[in-house]
Design a binder for this molecule. Structure first.
Ligand code: ADP
Ligand code: MG
Length: 148
């Protein structure tokens, strides 16, 4: 299996975002894993910038989701979810219907483990580890989905 396996400082995040974006397409759900401050939101922002989005991108932690209109290949909207604050009961009731089969959307989910059993089988999964204060490590299996 091939892998995106990149160590990077924040100054390189734009090229990391470009490499990851190359592996994504309209209709994809990307589960973005990593501890607090790993850089999930920062990478999502860089991905949006790569897609040509010029507005502000802030963390959806308190609002659960933010949506961005884009015009990038077949993707017309990016839905950025952060499920950190979802409790177990809320997670069980989480309504996936508006996120599934969105053929022209890209869904990026921080803290996907909150809804692990509900994630569709073809969810793609990227993980960021903190190497040290400045260096992060992104792993993303390419040419296959990882789950189940
Ligand atoms: N190589 C790096 N990549 C991404 N963020 C980094 C890196 N090095 C340091 N940082 C910092 O780490 C923090 C990551 O925050 P954020 O993206 O909100 O994390 P998360 O969404 O995973 O909780 C930011 O303050 C960012 O400036
Ligand atoms: Mg975040």
């Amino acid at each position: 299996m091939s892998m995106l396996d990149i160590e990077f400082t924040e100054s390189k995040i734009s090229s990391v975002a470009a490499k990851l974006l190359k592996e994504l397409k309209a209709g994809d759900i990307l589960a973005l894993k990593g501890q607090l401050a790993a850089g999930k939101t920062t990478l999502t922002r860089a991905i949006l910038e790569k897609m040509g989005y010029t507005g502000r991108v802030s963390s959806p932690t308190f609002v659960l989701e933010r949506r961005y209109r884009v015009d990038y290949k077949k993707i017309t909207e990016v839905i950025h979810l952060d499920l950190y604050r979802l409790n177990t009961t809320e997670a069980k009731k989480f309504d996936w219907s508006e996120y599934l089969d969105q053929k022209d959307k890209l869904v990026i989910i921080e803290w996907p483990d909150r809804v692990e059993e509900l994630l569709p089988k073809d969810t793609k999964e990227a993980t960021i580890d903190i190497h040290d204060q400045q260096v992060r490590h992104l792993r993303f299996p390419t040419n296959s989905t990882t789950r189940h």
